[in-house]
Each structure stands twice: as C-alpha cells, then as structure tokens.
Design a protein around this ligand. Structure first.
Ligand code: C5P
Length: 232
C-alpha cells in the first residue's frame, strides 16, 4: 500500500457514518473505525463498510495479557481489516503474540501498528502517573524500536516524529500520523499540527484526518484537497 489519506470516522452510529460515506461516489476513502463506532455498532459495521469497498484501519488499541491479545487479534483478522493496532506499552511479548494471532492460516494478515505514548500524555503525567522518568521523546522512540523488533509494521505518531521514527526503525517502517490540519483551517483540540503537504514532505506514510474532512461544508472537496496535497 502506498501513501494514503485515512478518514477518521468518529461517528456515534451507523446512520451517521453511512450518510457521510454515501457522499463519496468516486474514490472510496480509507476509513478509520474507532472505539466509539465499534462499541456502538459491533463487528457488523466493519463488514458493512468493507462491503462498500473501503479499506479499514480498525483503531481499537488493544492492551492486555499476550494470550488475550493473541486471541482477540485472530477475531479482528477474520473481519478482514487492513490495519489494526495495539499499545506498545503492552510489551514486546504482547506485540509478538498479537502478530501470531493476526496471521491467517494462509500466512496473510492485516498490518499491525503500535501506539507509543498517547499525545494526551505529557512529560508531567508520564512521570507522576506512570513513574516513567525519561524524556517523553526518548520513550516514544524506544517504544517504536520495541515495536519494530517485535516485527510490527509501524507506529501511530505525531507527524513531527515521523522522520525520527524512519531514521531509527527504517524507511519501510510505517508512520501513521494524526494531527493534520489545512493551512487555513481550525486546529480544534490538536496541539501540534501539520498540513497534508508538510506531512508528505517529512515522509508520513498515512495521515489520519478527522474533523477537517468530517466537519467540512463539502466533505468530498475537503477529502480531495487532502489527497491532492498528500498523495499526488
Ligand atoms: O478530527 P481529528 O483530525 O483531530 O481526528 C484525528 C483522529 O486521530 C481522531 O480519531 C483521534 O482519536 C486520532 N488520534 C489523534 N492523536 C493520536 C492518536 C489518535 O488525534 N495521538
């Protein structure tokens, strides 16, 4: 898979997501399904969106004991998604177990990427709540390295970290980056943002874009603008 724009479909119901997706009559966007929609509608929503011809990043961020993650990943693999994810904090052993669970009898599997430190975690909360005293960027890079060593395909990271991740883990190691805004757009609650063109420049493999597309007046035009800036 080459560079692509993944649309974060952060909707609460099937009706809302379908009325959004119905607007795309030409290019079918790569779709991110998160916990909100998955917990509201169950696995059927994944099958239905897949049936409509979309690639799917199932963003459920698994984190549990290796055996539980392995078995859960096998279930997600059967849903025929294209990308799924977990928390690198679950350890290398958990990530390796996840890969085993994800691999189908014929040897194929969805891509598996890791969340390093959530962008909602800052140095202070990491030190006080998690008792991790190292600088946060060092922790992020260490988690990325662990994910690569466990055999994962990439990480979710800030576009500002993408270049460093590639330098550390290799060019082939995927960087999937949220926090994308148009140069003339509203940044909302994202703190560190980049435009799709800048994300392309620094080497992001996939950008995850939510509100700049889902809340736009013309959602298809906003998506096409992202594609033009990032993919072409
Ligand atoms: O609407 P917006 O473009 O900010 O949406 C970004 C998407 O990426 C949301 O689904 C959000 O949960 C997700 N995300 C993020 N930052 C992270 C990890 C995921 O914004 N570090």
């Amino acid at each position: 898979m080459g560079r692509d724009v993944i649309v974060a479909c952060d909707f609460a119901s099937k009706e809302q997501v379908f009325s959004f997706l119905d607007k795309f009559t030409e290019r079918k966007p790569f779709v991110k399904i998160g916990m909100e929609l998955f917990y509201a509608e169950g696995p059927e929503i994944v099958r239905e969106i897949k049936k409509r011809g979309h690639k799917i990043f199932l963003d459920l961020k698994l984190h549990d004991i290796p055996n539980t993650v392995k078995k859960s990943m096998a279930v997600l693999s059967n849903l025929d998604v294209d990308i799924c994810n977990l928390h690198a904090a679950g350890t290398k052993r958990m990530m390796e177990a996840a890969l085993e669970g994800l691999t189908r009898p014929d040897g194929t599997r969805p891509l598996l990427i890791a969340v390093t430190q959530l962008t909602s975690t800052d140095q202070e909360s990491m030190e006080n709540d998690l008792l991790i005293k190292e600088p946060i960027d060092k922790v992020v890079m260490h988690y990325a390295k662990c994910a690569a060593e466990a055999g994962l395909d990439g990480v979710v990271c800030s576009p500002l970290e993408a270049e460093k991740v590639h330098n550390l883990c290799g060019k082939e190691f995927l960087t999937v980056t949220p926090g994308v805004r148009f140069a003339d757009g509203d940044i909302g609650d994202q703190k560190r943002v980049m435009t799709p063109a800048q994300a392309k420049e620094i080497g992001s493999d996939y950008i995850v874009v939510g509100r700049p597309i889902t809340a736009a007046e013309d959602v298809v035009a906003a998506y096409n603008r992202c594609v033009a800036e990032f993919c072409d």
